[in-house]
Design a protein around this ligand. Structure first.
Ligand code: HMG
Ligand code: MG
Length: 297
């Protein structure tokens, strides 16, 4: 049965912009400020990773220092290790995310360590975050398909997701990093996960490389998932997953949800405007079909 409400986690300013050409600090701040007036309740605003690995996110501390944070909105950031969390704490970030992988090869390529080592690395990050009363979200990449290993077994994904949850992540965001999954794989993965974790501790995070993201989201919604990650204008991709295109576009998810009678609390026109504006800064058109249909307002 479809949920009556869906939470959108807007990841465009992080997942999107981490894989676009760099935009100015002003452009990022303007984007996040605009998104803050759209009804969104969770905006991922930056990433405290190594600037050598992801130069596009090197100014995340400045982003947090300059955005106008609105009450009732979570502004979160990625923190892969203690160094990242310490930088996030200095920036007074109230929610962070660790990110691991269900695939060994992708773990090595993305964060330069094995799955087991990554979990060991997250332990002190989660402990320090908890001391500071900072909630930690857990991302899991390649939950169904890996660019190096092919299909990932649902049981493997369920195992690593449960470990992240047991370690203290309040929610696990299930990534189809390369956008190759289809609804049958989503169904198999969620069936395995539901045996281990509560539904409301799960979110879906689909990239749209093969155009399957909306179909996959519909499948997840039918199975009772109530949190969906998406990026305004369909920005981005993944620097370590060759050929991966952006996240599913927020505009497209909103159009789907609203026409299914699902409440999101988010104003599609405000998101559309924000999308066209950041795309002007990037010198490109939105990837979102809905944005192209609505046009620049
Ligand atoms: P490493 O090279 O293995 O670790 O990096 P290290 O600890 O040896 O550090 C190397 C250098 O980086 C050192 O500097 C550190 O100080 C520095 P040097 O001595 O060479 O000058 N460093 C840092 N600097 C700033 N902030 C930090 C930090 N950590 C180390 N936090 C690390 C390990 C994980 C840090 C590195 O591999 C990294 O930053 N990787 C980036 C991975 C990334 O951002 N990927 C994209 C985000 S994940 C994603 O998009 C997937 C997701 O969307 C879900 C999905 O779609 O599937 C979430
Ligand atoms: Mg992603």
């Amino acid at each position: 049965m479809l949920p009556t409400k869906v939470n959108i986690v807007e990841v465009g300013a992080r997942d999107g912009l981490q894989n676009e050409q760099s935009v100015t600090l002003d452009d990022k701040v303007r984007l996040i400020n605009r998104l803050s007036h759209s009804g969104l309740k969770h905006i991922e605003a930056g990433s405290f990773v190594s600037p050598k690995w992801v130069p596009q996110m090197a100014d995340s501390a400045l982003v947090f220092a300059n955005i106008h944070q609105q009450p009732g909105i979570i502004y979160s950031a990625l923190t892969p290790n203690l160094a990242g969390l310490e930088r996030a704490i200095e920036s007074d970030v109230k929610q962070v995310a660790v990110f691991g992988s269900a695939s060994e090869s992708f773990s090595q390529k993305n964060i330069n360590c094995s799955i087991e080592e990554s979990l060991e690395r997250f332990e002190p990050v989660i402990a320090l975050a908890q001391q500071h009363k900072i909630d930690v979200r857990g991302y899991l990449s390649c939950t169904m398909v890996c660019p190096y290993e092919g299909n990932i077994k649902p049981e493997q994904t369920a195992l690593i997701a449960s470990k992240l949850f047991d370690m203290g992540c309040y929610e696990i965001s299930l990534g189809d990093t390369v956008g190759k999954a289809t609804p049958n794989r989503v169904e198999a993965m969620l069936d395995a996960l539901f045996k281990q974790l509560p539904k409301d501790a799960l979110a879906v995070h689909f990239h749209d490389t093969y155009g399957q993201a909306l179909a996959n989201i519909y499948q997840a919604l039918l199975m009772g998932i109530g949190t969906v990650d998406s990026a305004v204008a369909g920005l981005g991709g993944c620097p370590y997953a060759k050929g991966a295109s952006g996240n599913v576009a927020t505009e497209d998810v909103l159009y789907l949800c609203h026409n299914l009678g699902i409440e999101t609390g988010v104003d599609i026109d405000a998101i559309n405007q924000a999308g066209w504006e950041i795309c002007r800064a990037l010198g490109k058109q939105p990837v979102s079909k809905v944005a192209l249909a609505l046009g620049e307002s």
